[in-house]
Design a protein around this ligand. Structure first.
Ligand code: FES
Length: 109
């Protein structure tokens, strides 16, 4: 099992913890668990940018490399792109990501 922590934008709100099997995207795991904060309007087709998360920079090297389409879509996030911005539909969960803690943007719209 992989444990992923999702911290709401407001740090006074409690984090959400996901325990999932590897092989699915962070977006899909969050949607399947009905977690608030990830809308994923396009279902992972890289056309909505409503699955934005901010990953701590020290974790970025553990993630799959960012493709050009994801890089381009990050220009359309509601919250300004940050150094650790990624689209969670492009983060495939592996054991190497156990313990990852991401922050949700203030809004996806
Ligand atoms: Fe639409 Fe990720 S779910 S871009």
């Amino acid at each position: 099992m992989i444990t992923i922590h999702l911290q709401p934008h407001n740090p006074t709100q409690a984090e959400h913890r996901l325990q999932v099997q590897e092989g699915q995207s962070l977006m899909q795991a969050a949607v399947d668990a009905n977690l608030p904060g990830i809308q994923a309007d396009c279902g992972g087709l890289l056309t909505c940018a409503t699955c934005h998360v901010i990953v701590p920079v020290e974790w970025l090297t553990q993630l799959p490399p960012m493709g050009g389409d994801e890089d381009g879509m990050l220009a359309f996030t509601a919250q300004t792109r940050a150094p650790g911005s990624r689209l969670s539909c492009q983060i495939m969960l592996t054991e190497a990501l156990d313990g990852l803690r991401v922050t949700l943007p203030e809004s996806q719209y």
